[in-house]
Structure formats: C-alpha cells, structure tokens
Ligand binder design. Structure first.
Ligand code: MG
Ligand code: MG
Length: 304
C-alpha cells in the first residue's frame, strides 16, 4: 500500500482511458458480484483473498457475468447516443426498457423510480431523504464521457438529469457529481492526487458522511457515502488497477457496486494495459464488446 503520492500515468491517451474505464466498470462488477453482501470475514474464510472472476454469489452468476451496475450504465449510454445528449425522457425510457428486459438484479430505489415514471410519465422522482443509495452513481460513466469538456455547471445538470429518474437526493447528487468530475480529470490525464485534493476531500468537507480514512470502511452498504468511502480508500491507498479492485471487493458489502465504481475510476487512471488479462478475458464477451463499442461511440459524440 502506498499513500497519496500515487499519480496517474500521464502517457496514456484519452481513448485508452475511456475504454479502460468501461472495462473497469464491468470487471469490477463481475469480480465483486461473487462476494456481494458477504462480510470481509466470510470472504476470507471462503476465498482467502478474492481475486478471480468466478461467478456465483447470491445471484448464482456465471463466471464473467455482470449485474445491474454495468447493464444500467449501458442502457444509459444508449439513451445518450440516441438523443445526442443527456436527455431526461430518453434516460427514463431507457431505464424502463431495461427493467422490462428482466435484469438479473435491481435495487429498490431504481425499481421505485421507474415505477413512478410508468405511473406518472414524470422523468424525475420526488425528492426523497431515503434515496441516498448508490444506484445513480454506479451508472454515471456515460455522462462523464458525454459531458467531457463542458463547464462544471452543465456537467452537474446532466448528472442530475440521469440520476433523478430514480435517485433524487442531495447526497446521491453530491457523490455522483464528484465521481463524474474525478473521471473527467483522470480522462484528461490529471494525477490521482489532484482528484483527492480537488474532489474527494472537498466532498467530505461539504458532507461529513463522505469523510474517509478515519476508520477503514469495511462491509460498505448501498448508502452512497459508505460506498464512496470504501472506493476512495481503495483507490487512493493502492497504486495499481488490480490492487485497487482486490482491496475494495474484499471489503464485502455492496461489493459489485464498489467494484464497479472503483473499476471505472481505476481504469481511467491506469489505462487499458493495466487491466489484468485474466480479468478482461473472463468477462462475458458480449458485455466486453458492448463496453468498448459504447466507449468509442460516446467519444465520437464529443469529438467527431
Ligand atoms: Mg449489481
Ligand atoms: Mg450492488
């Protein structure tokens, strides 16, 4: 483990970082899903250290299969590509179609938000103090790409447009926007350390729920602040893609989602070559292909 001196390799191009971010999301989801809802002690008893994409878990997944984290991000990315921007109606329609496709899992707040849209036609759920789950954040990657280069105010509005279909909550907004701004900094080749000081620490100063490293966040719940504390500790206190993901998923809890968010950030930071081949090979080939195709298509949207 190293501390805050880690910096992102600067010689990696934008396309490699964006593709790696998509693959990182899927790899982290597939790796973490095997141990979702297990405690660190249960994981240690069963696996020693969990470091292989092996399926199983409470969802009885095939090796390489992903969950809602990846498939919702892909649905959102398709909506952005179809509309040419982050459009509320397109997002809501895409999430509705995604739920009809009978995904392998679906979070409570996501289900309630899509049900609200079906009932009312409204593309934003009512603001709700109980909607501070991590479901809007786990799928935010396509927004980070589609708004790369836009002013921060526009980035935040786009983030809320997609988030509020299901998660209308200030803590969810703050966490999701922070992850998007960090992804964009890493896409531009900025150092990891800059993301720590510009985004992660200020988030904890604004909302103490997100303050991390006081005590390692083990067994993180689906509450956005627990999730991001585990992600930030794992991202900023390791110095490779693999070490970051192994660290975060072995904390258990909502491990597919911590894996997915850590995977997109670490992918953006370290680039494609840093993703272990055994992990990208283990990934469901159709998902791997959809992730890289969508990464390229979203980049074409912003730099045709
Ligand atoms: Mg999931
Ligand atoms: Mg999860």
């Amino acid at each position: 483990m190293t501390s805050t001196t880690v910096s992102a390799p600067s010689n990696i191009g934008l396309r490699s970082r964006v593709r790696a971010s998509y693959l990182g999301l899927a790899v982290g989801d597939a790796l973490g899903a095997s141990v979702e809802f297990m405690t660190p002690r249960e994981i240690a008893h069963r696996y020693g250290v969990h470091r292989e994409i092996c399926g199983g878990g409470w969802l009885h997944l095939k090796p390489g299969q992903v969950t809602d984290d990846t498939t919702m991000a892909l649905a959102l990315g398709e909506a952005i590509l179809e509309a040419g921007s982050v459009d509320a109606a397109a997002c809501a329609r895409a999430f509705d179609a995604w739920m009809r496709s009978k995904p392998v899992d679906i979070g409570h707040t996501v289900r309630a938000g899509i049900a609200h849209y079906r009932r009312t036609g409204e593309t934003a759920a009512p603001e709700d103090p109980m909607s501070a789950g991590n479901g809007a954040c786990m799928r935010c990657l396509p927004v980070a790409i589609a708004t790369l280069g836009a002013p921060p105010g526009k980035v935040r509005r786009a983030s809320r447009t997609q988030a509020h279909v299901t998660h209308h909550n200030p803590l969810s907004d703050a966490g999701t926007e922070t992850v998007i701004l960090m992804l964009q900094g890493l896409f531009r080749g900025e150092a990891l350390n800059q993301q720590l000081h510009r985004h992660a620490h200020p988030l904890g100063a604004r909302h103490p729920e997100f303050a991390f490293r006081r005590r390692p966040c083990r067994n993180p719940s689906g509450f956005i602040a627990h999730t991001l504390r585990a992600v930030f500790e794992s991202l900023f206190d390791t110095d490779t893609f693999e070490a970051c993901l192994v660290e975060v998923v072995n904390r258990g809890g909502d491990a597919d989602t911590t894996g997915a968010i850590a995977g997109m950030l670490a992918g953006a930071c370290y680039g494609e070559a840093a993703i272990p081949r055994r992990w990208s090979k283990a990934l469901d080939p159709l998902i791997r292909q959809r992730c890289t195709a969508q990464a390229e298509a979203l980049l074409d949207l912003i730099e045709p």
